[in-house]
Write a protein of this length. Sequence first.
Length: 137
Amino acid sequence: MSRRPRAAGTPRAGGGQGAGGGGDEFAHVLQFGTLDEAEATLRRLDALWRESRAAGDTQRARRVLEIAREGRRRAQMIAGNRRVAAEKRAEKEEMRQWFRVWLETPEMFFDWLELRKRAPEFVERFGGERGFEKEEE
């Protein structure tokens, strides 16, 4: 069996460039330039994953997990790049952790995320939960 060259922009099997791009239904789902975008991406991935499992579409559910693993890898790669600003590296490391937790425990992830965004370390490092206002007395 011969292999034909892949056209530019065509998704690769198993992730790679195609994990967030290409012409399939998952094109552009992997967006995480900011923490807010990372959360929105994980919400979309979670919805797709749950929908796929409910429909019994194991291939589609596996594809969603591949995309999430690609997001974790990309975040880790940027977090470890010393040429990237320290603040951006810290955000990417946080995102890597989010992807990891979702991949390990998707059923508990969003409860965990709400707690994480209220943690003193998170508030100090990233300015608090997005959209979360501290009550004043």
